[in-house]
Ligand binder design. Structure first.
Ligand SMILES: CCCCC/C=C/C(=O)SCCNC(=O)CCNC(=O)[C@H](O)C(C)(C)COP(=O)(O)OP(=O)(O)OC[C@H]1O[C@@H](n2cnc3c(N)ncnc32)[C@H](O)[C@@H]1OP(=O)(O)O
Ligand code: NDP
Length: 270
């Protein structure tokens, strides 16, 4: 990436593009989620952010308070079905939903033989079932605005990954669900896509084990570079914009070619 303000460097969308539009972003207090909120509010959108911890959500609110759109947040565990449905409904009634970004997610790295059934269920709940719940709850609001859904996935999701059997299973499920709903809801004008970022250095990838992987991840990326939060945010906004009008049912990998190169999927194969 060139020097300068990272968002400015990758910004291609028009100021005021999303004035009067509404969005829900999960995992809005940190990393990629905060970056997406910042771009959407910067483009004039009214955004509700979800996450379990209030403190990072409040930090996101502080970061965007002078921007053209607005940001409200709600503490919500997306694995709690009733709480998630209620949060989506409240956001829909407050500002409408032109865009739903299912970004909250994560997992632990472990070989399949070390994943307990509870560990499996926790990852499937967070990365698959919660996305179904949120998307279904948002349907009436999306329909009335002919809105869009962006589901955060992983680079290489289609070819499997060492140490991530649970997460790849969940995210492959999300891809199948995304394509199925893209078909079911096309007549309503609702579009759904998945984004597969490569390596994004956020707090989620900052523990010792993840840092140890970083050099290997970058070496396995043909362009030998990280994906920036701002690049993911700009692409998310693009997919919700009129320029994305015919894009639906896709997995778009924003990963410096990782999914066609050596890839991130063999990292951890010792
Ligand atoms: C393709 C390569 C690039 C990949 C790049 C990806 C990057 C990112 O995703 S960045 C975001 C990273 N952030 C996170 O991953 C944080 C989110 N993760 C979690 O919250 C947890 O991992 C969770 C999904 C398991 C949910 O946690 P929670 O509900 O609190 O679960 P528990 O701690 O109660 O554990 C439930 C169950 O899971 C077992 N477990 C947890 N960690 C591990 C581990 N490291 N190894 C093996 N098993 C683990 C835990 O032991 C529990 O099972 P039981 O012991 O059977 O009760
Ligand atoms: N960083 C990377 O290299 C890549 C990341 N991704 C994916 O992008 C997404 C964002 O990752 P990133 O920003 O890097 O990581 P972070 O760990 O910073 O973000 C994860 C966010 O999800 C929220 N979250 C987690 N569990 C729950 C829950 N049960 N209910 C509500 N919110 C929850 C967290 O907030 P809180 O803890 O407060 O609930 C946090 O804000 C994830 O789905 C991740 O797997 C994909 C490819 C690469």
């Amino acid at each position: 990436m060139k020097d300068g303000d990272p968002q400015e460097t990758v910004s291609v969308l028009k100021d005021g593009l999303f004035k009067g539009k509404g969005a829900v972003v999960s995992g809005a207090g940190t990393g990629i989620g905060r970056g997406i909120v910042t771009r959407l509010v910067g483009l004039g959108m009214d955004v509700t952010g979800l996450g379990r911890r209030e403190e990072p959500l409040a930090e996101t609110a502080e970061a965007v308070k002078e921007m053209p759109g607005s940001f409200r947040y709600q503490s919500c565990n997306v694995r709690d079905i009733e709480a998630l449905e209620a949060a989506i409904e409240e956001a829909g009634e407050t500002h409408g939903i032109d865009l739903l970004v299912n970004n909250a997610g994560g997992q632990f790295f472990a070989p399949a033989t070390e994943i307990s059934r509870r560990g499996w269920d926790a990852v499937i709940d967070l990365n698959l079932s919660a996305i179904f719940t949120a998307t279904k709850a948002a349907y009436p609001y999306l329909k009335s605005r002919r809105g869009a859904v962006v589901n955060m996935s992983l680079s290489g999701v289609e070819r499997g990954s060492m140490g991530l059997a649970h997460s790849i299973a969940a995210r492959s499920g999300v891809l199948g669900m995304t394509r199925s709903l893209a078909l079911e809801w096309a007549g309503d004008g609702i579009r759904l896509n998945c984004l597969g970022p490569g390596t994004v250095v956020t707090s989620g990838l900052s523990d010792e084990a993840a840092r140890a992987l970083l050099d290997g991840l970058l070496a396995a990326t043909p362009m030998h570079c990280e994906t920036s939060v701002e690049e993911v945010a700009e692409l998310t906004a693009f997919l919700a914009s009129p320029a994305g009008r015919l894009m639906t049912g896709q997995l778009i990998q924003i990963d410096g070619g990782a999914h066609i190169g050596a890839g991130l999927h063999m990292i951890g194969a010792a």
